[in-house]
Ligand binder design. Structure first.
Ligand code: FAD
Ligand code: NAP
Ligand code: SF4
Length: 674
């Protein structure tokens, strides 16, 4: 009996068979936009195909210039590009995998001046107003899609995925929100769906029956003016008739104010919506969004909510996800924790996508963990993200590694992070590292605060200091007052906190502390789906257009002020794709956010501040300090000289701008060089 029998069951599509039910969903890695990156892209997909995934979907490739997401984005519109794409298809096929190319026309989401859409209505996320496509323009667009699919077929792809969700061009035609046309391409749903249907029909006629056409259909638009469930079903049935092989599903436009993939979204939140669609059509349906474990995947398939499950970011975190699940080694999977820090946040910053918990992602040809030529005795001090990463990579390469931590458990600050409501996923990374420590034979020494003398006495070749940080104590008059607590007192020491609180410092930790204080810490478990749906105003039944209903958040437990000295918007420094979620969540619970604050003093009355020249007293019971951190480097005192080589990584090397992404990457990069 296989470990995950539904997951590992092949799917016969009539003309081809997928080896299991797992799809690696489309991700823009940044490598597909330049021809000179296609060797790297091929290596990236090769590792994922070797890891056993059933079907890979490429990052979005535009069918023409108007469809570019970014200037000079990846395009397939002439035969000269086939050579590069063949590197990708060959690599995947050599590993026994299958791959479809996603055709993505960004429409009004394009960040470039040639943007077009159904109507000349600017999107809130691009500065460019689109030109409404004329009849001839529509005809040219259809031909571009068909040409693109034909070229994909010649490049050796097993099919194409037509991107019809997330608010891109075809979604813009489908919804009254963006389609204001009065001609045969606008008005009732029969007209609004004409463009995607025409594309599918003519594509199918051009490429024959033995080529996958997957269509990513928006089941919940999560924007005002989105489609009703009846419209969604009508379109799906028409797509099936037109020749679609597989219906993939999408949730929420990019401009939606409801999060759909960040870590606080409950796992598999939208799977039941795919299940409803599956009962309406006769072709395979794919579940997607916030699915990251083989157990959830298996449960979705077993319940009959989908025929296939698509995950994207989990394949950045672990290319061997499927193989490990099938082999009964699910515990060894490096789970995507939905932080977006190295993937989507990079994409928005126009950096190549990678992964916080797997810094090799997208860098397979550069960051290699090759066997060590000479075995070294390595001490790693600190079992936070930086030390864990260094220890397991060094041991994997064959070095003899001893890992020390003063605490009784591994994790460093990550252990604290995972107590924040909505960040429970962070525990998965520590489960993964614990597993790797065992598998790679790292000697783990907990509850050992080591000194420099102890380290030097043990004859190590390399000493890696990953001792992290200590919280900064700012110079504010009255900082020693009993109502002052550090974030460690609150999160680690579980200090009792009163109903009125001022949080000094509005970085990631200040936001997290607010989130923690707004919830009952006794309930710090994954929020049930119904609670999340109420909080964000989502109706999975889509009885109202787009699936939106008025949000009904819980009453806040405390009155909180979140303060910073900078004059910029509070939260401006948070991640591009998650910062707005943190801000909206706190604002909805009444947190007052203040910029340009000058701290005057803390006394029995509360926190005295000046804002814009105006003195103000915040009458609070406690002031929680989240004012950044300083490196903990005392083991370096005495320098890095001696028989052992000393190395500093993570917070110990530099506390400013520190996050776990840098900590894990630095650990891995150092260990790859030892
Ligand atoms: P640390 O995690 O600080 O680990 C250092 C370790 O060294 C500790 O375990 C300590 O016990 C040990 N140590 C120190 N001295 C000695 C000694 N002499 N002997 C033995 N052991 C010693 N980052 C993100 O990227 N994303 C987030 O969403 C995020 N959320 C966070 C939320 C909270 C509430 C907190 C507190 C942090 C969060 N962080 C987040 C920050 C992230 O956890 C840190 O950047 C990361 O843990 C730093 O890793 P590190 O290994 O350098 O140090
Ligand atoms: P941080 O992001 O550097 O924020 C520190 C805050 O303290 C800032 O708001 C700063 O604002 C304030 N501050 C700094 N010095 C001060 C002083 N002397 N007096 C008063 N205020 C002072 O650090 P952090 O919040 O401690 O987070 C640590 C790291 O963890 C960060 O790099 C962060 O990226 C990471 N993290 C990430 C997330 C996430 O969701 N991605 C969540 C938590 C943590 P002013 O100087 O304007 O007052
Ligand atoms: Fe997942 Fe975070 Fe890695 Fe992105 S960076 S793949 S969200 S773990």
């Amino acid at each position: 009996m296989p470990f995950f029998p539904h997951l590992s069951a092949p799917l016969d599509l009539g003309f081809t068979t997928l080896r299991n039910r797992v799809i690696m969903g489309s991700m823009h890695t940044g490598l597909e936009d330049r021809f000179y990156h296609y060797d790297k892209l091929a290596a990236f997909y090769r590792e994922r195909a070797r890891g056993g995934v059933g079907l890979i979907v490429t990052g979005g490739i535009s069918p023409n210039r108007q469809g570019w997401l970014l200037p000079f984005g990846g395009t397939l519109n002439f035969a000269g590009d086939l050579w590069n794409h063949r590197k990708v298809t060959r690599a995947v096929h050599e590993e026994g995998g299958k791959i479809v190319m996603q055709i993505l026309h960004a429409g009004r989401y394009g960040y470039q001046p040639f943007v077009v859409s159904a109507s000349a209505k600017k999107s809130p996320i691009s500065p460019f107003t689109p030109k409404a496509l004329s009849e001839r323009g529509i005809e040219r667009t259809i031909r571009a899609y068909v040409r693109c699919a034909r070229l994909a077929q010649r490049a050796g792809y097993d099919g194409v995925e037509i991107m019809g969700s997330e608010g891109y061009l075809l979604n813009q035609f489908l919804c009254a929100r963006t389609n204001l046309r009065q001609d045969r391409w606008g008005g009732p749903i029969e007209n609004r769906m004409r463009l995607p249907l025409e594309i599918v029909r003519r594509m199918r006629a051009a490429i024959g029956s033995d080529f996958i056409i997957m269509y990513r259909h928006s089941l919940l638009d999560l924007v005002e003016g989105g489609n009703s469930w009846d419209d969604v079903v009508q379109v799906a049935k028409a797509l099936e008739q037109a020749g679609v092989t597989i219906l993939n599903t999408g949730y929420g436009w990019h401009e939606a104010r409801v999060p759909t993939i960040v870590t606080s979204v409950p796992r598999a939140a939208f799977a039941s919506v795919a299940g409803r669609l599956r009962r309406e059509v006769g072709i395979p349906v794919v579940a997607s969004n916030r699915i990251n474990t083989p157990h959830d995947l298996e449960a979705i398939l077993m319940r009959g909510d989908a025929d296939l499950v698509s995950m994207a970011r989990p394949f950045l975190a672990d290319p061997e996800f499927v193989q490990k699940a099938v082999d009964g080694r699910a515990e060894a999977i490096n789970t995507c924790i939905a932080c977006n820090q190295a993937c989507l946040d990079h994409t928005f910053a126009r950096l190549p996508a990678s992964c916080m918990v797997n810094p090799r992602a997208g860098r397979e040809t550069e960051l290699r963990y090759t066997p060590a030529t000479a075995v070294r005795r390595v001490a790693v001090v600190g079992a936070g993200p930086a030390g864990l990463s260094a220890a397991v990579v060094a041991a994997e390469r064959g070095h003899q590694v001893s890992l020390f931590d003063a605490s009784g458990t591994i994790g460093g600050q990550f252990k604290i992070a995972m107590q924040i409501p909505g960040k429970e996923e962070f525990a998965e990374t520590l489960r993964y590292f614990a597993n790797r420590l065992l598998a790679t034979g790292v000697q783990l020494n907990l509850q050992q605060r080591v000194s420099r003398a102890q380290l030097l006495a043990q004859d190590f070749d390399d000493i890696v200091l990953a001792t992290g940080i200590v919280p900064r104590l700012p110079h504010i008059a009255g900082i020693e007052h009993p109502k002052v607590l550090s974030y460690l007192d609150v999160l680690q020491g579980k200090a009792a906190v009163g109903p009125r609180v001022a949080v000094v410092g509005a970085g990631g930790i200040g936001f997290d502390v607010c989130q923690y204080l707004l919830h009952d810490p006794g309930l710090a478990v994954p929020e049930p789906l119904s609670h999340w749906l109420r909080e964000w105003g989502v109706d999975l039944a889509a009885a109202s257009d787009g699936g939106l209903v008025p949000p009904r958040p819980d009453l806040p437990l405390r009155q909180i002020y979140l303060l910073q000295r900078k004059t910029s918007k509070v939260g401006a420094g948070l991640g591009k794709t998650s910062g707005w979620v943190h801000r909206s969540s706190l604002l909805r619970k009444g947190v007052e956010m203040l910029s340009a604050v000058q701290y005057e003093r803390i006394d029995d009355a509360g926190l005295h501040i000046t804002v814009d020249g105006q003195a103000r007293l915040l009458e609070v019971d406690h002031v929680v300090i989240c004012a950044g951190q300083e490196s903990q480097t005392e083991l370096m005192d005495g320098g890095g000289q001696g028989p052992a080589r000393f190395h500093l990584i993570g917070g110990a090397a530099l506390a400013g701008e520190l996050d776990a992404k840098r900590a894990i990457r630095e650990g891995a990069e150092l260990a790859a060089r030892l």
